[in-house]
Design a protein around this ligand. Structure first.
Ligand code: SF4
Ligand code: SF4
Length: 66
């Protein structure tokens, strides 16, 4: 089962990965990271390993594991 790991403290909560995920399995966390941003988090299931989120993230926060 593919999954993603998001480096939360590099995330600036720009929403791009959330918008581009075809399975809608990324959400913005209510908590804040070290920079004071709501960060993206994986919902835990449903990733198909398409790489869209990792490619679109301007801060290279996401790694995809297949
Ligand atoms: S790899 Fe694709 S399906 Fe998985 S979280 Fe990223 S955009 Fe969504
Ligand atoms: S695209 Fe990158 S910086 Fe933007 S919300 Fe997603 S993980 Fe965070």
């Amino acid at each position: 089962m593919p999954k993603i790991i998001i480096e939360k403290d590099r995330c600036k909560g720009c929403f791009l990965c959330i918008s581009f995920c075809p399975k809608k399995v990324i959400q913005l966390c209510r908590d804040l990271n070290k920079k004071g941003f709501h960060f993206a988090e994986y919902k835990g299931v449903g990733c198909i390993g398409c790489l869209s989120c990792a490619i679109i993230c301007p801060d290279v926060c996401i790694e995809v594991y297949k």
